[in-house]
Design a binder for this molecule. Sequence first.
Ligand code: FDP
Length: 283
Amino acid sequence: MLTIFERLKDIALEIDKAIKNEDLGYSDQQNATGDEQLKLDVASDSLIEHTLKKLPLVHSIISEEKEEIMPVNPDGKYTICYDPLDGSSIVDVNLSVGTIFGIYDRGNLSGSGLRAAAYIVYGPRLELVVAVRGKAPRHYRSGARGLFSNRSPIRLNEKGKINAPGGTQKYWTPTHKAFIDSLFQEGYRLRYSGGMVPDLHQILLKGGGLFSYPGTQDRPQGKLRMLFEALPFAMVFESAGGEAIDDRGRRLLDLNPEHPHATTPCFFGSKYEIGKLREAYGV
Ligand code: FDP
């Protein structure tokens, strides 16, 4: 696993360079779900693919940008699912974006098969967070002490102060709207950039809070993809002492996606906020 994490640092540096220096416009391609792709999406995707394909441990890879699973090495142990550039709708306005990785046992693309998770934040500084089952996530940041100096592990407090509510508000259910309002009434502050990686990263580093992307009238199964987004972050939150559940109160890490691009309503937070959510939703 350490070999894989080392390569993620190389990937972080290369994509960061591309974000800072290359064309931010659209390509003439669409991804697996029909979204227009940025040139940066395409470039990040192929960079990650080429880097991961060189690792003997990797059995196969799946990109959020592609439909198919790509075989790499028949003797490899892991299938790596990745979202090469999450938050691409805000990269043109110079907000932070990220890359997410879920490292699964080969042949077991589900919460129980997830062995490790990682994400990169491309912000004013370059950051990498890695989590393996049962250990507090480790956080690396570029800076004076080195490109990725080791920092203290991430631990969430019992209760936070941030509320990051995703999804189109006019399509929220009355239950969800009442719940989000109740957090604001309690004094929670709105922090939502529209990029899953920086929004969740902020909650993790500031000690807690809630990020929600519920099922809505227009998207009953939510927007965020299980293999590439929701499950990797569920592992990071649980390893940091928080929780990650769906709208039926199930741990995200207990879910089995029906297909690689399946989405799920999802909620990530510290214990207190997830407890409040369970009460409000009755789950
Ligand atoms: P984007 O479409 O820009 O790639 O992955 C999807 C995502 O961004 C997340 O990063 C983000 O949290 C979410 O969509 C934002 O969706 P809304 O605009 O519906 O809030």
